[in-house]
Design a protein around this ligand. Structure first.
Ligand code: IMP
Ligand code: MG
Length: 178
């Protein structure tokens, strides 16, 4: 069955691009000098790539490093355990950081990454997520910058996957169950 038959587009690429430009303007206005942008891989990689270029348009000159965290395995439910699969190389003490993730859901991933960077004595750790699901929060954390609220459904595309599929889609889609 073609992929398109099983997906409903909830955010098209133009809508995403407009919001990414707005987010970059908000981030540029936040006074985060000497900034290191840290995408949380893998799900954020397309969002982060667009956001980082939008930050350039917004006249920022951030450094960029990557952290690779895992919480999900290959299913649609979070395991609740976070593992660092690949750490950043940057010395973050005294730096302003922007953690970038695809979805804020339970909050465990973002809280874990934020706590890790605070423990390394970063000056300020700001957070930016493309999507926020409000209902399944297990840890009290709010993103400083958020693209869109997301329904409590499993979404894919624009970097987000189900078992490593669908990341290539240029839109965010809701996965229809068979
Ligand atoms: P949290 O730790 O529960 O906040 O989960 C956040 C992580 O779970 C995100 O970085 C995503 O990679 C993943 N995730 C949560 N919901 C979805 C979804 O609907 N589609 C794809 N990945 C998701
Ligand atoms: Mg993720």
């Amino acid at each position: 069955m073609p992929v398109a038959d099983r997906l409903e587009v909830i955010l098209d690429s133009e809508t995403i691009a407009r919001r990414v430009a707005e987010l970059a303007e908000s981030i540029a206005a936040a006074g985060l000098d000497n900034l290191v942008v840290i995408p949380i891989l893998k799900g954020s990689f397309i969002f982060a790539a667009d956001l980082i270029r939008a930050l350039h348009t917004a006249a920022l000159k951030p450094e960029v490093d990557f952290i690779f965290l895992s919480s999900y395995g290959t299913g649609t439910e979070s395991s609740g355990r976070i593992a660092v699969l690949r750490d950043i190389e940057t010395e973050v003490a005294g730096r302003n950081l922007l953690l970038v993730d695809d979805i804020l859901e339970s909050g465990r991933t973002l809280a874990y990454a934020k706590d890790l960077m605070m423990a390394r004595r970063a000056a300020r750790v700001a957070t930016c997520v493309l999507l926020e699901k409000r209902v399944r929060r297990a840890v009290s954390i709010e993103a400083d910058f958020r693209g869109f609220l997301c329904p409590d459904e499993f979404v894919v595309g624009y970097g987000m996957d189900l078992a490593h599929r669908y990341r290539e889609l240029p839109f965010v889609g809701r996965l229809m169950r068979d």
